[in-house]
Design a protein around this ligand. Structure first.
Ligand SMILES: [Zn+2]
Length: 79
């Protein structure tokens, strides 16, 4: 789901603003965690949307961790 900047939350009608979230996924028994992931976040209900370009970057990082056979990979997307 993509959401334009400064729009209303489709779930609760709250204001959606730029923020950061923590993304985690269990991939083939290995834990992948990404901190400071840019996201659009609803200030009212906390629902989060990650943009496509960010999702692709997360996928690339997750695959790199998988190839390295690390049990736990924690990365930060903060600039
Ligand atoms: Zn909301």
């Amino acid at each position: 789901m993509t959401t334009p900047h400064h729009t209303s939350c489709p779930l609760c009608g709250g204001t959606v603003e730029k923020g950061f979230t923590t993304f985690s996924a269990d991939i083939q028994g290995r834990l992948f965690v990404a901190r400071h992931v840019p996201a659009n976040v609803c200030g009212q209900c906390g629902e989060e949307w990650i943009e496509n370009s960010t999702a692709q970057e997360l996928e690339r990082l997750a695959m790199t961790a998988l190839e390295a056979r690390r049990e736990v990979e924690i990365v930060s997307l903060a600039a």
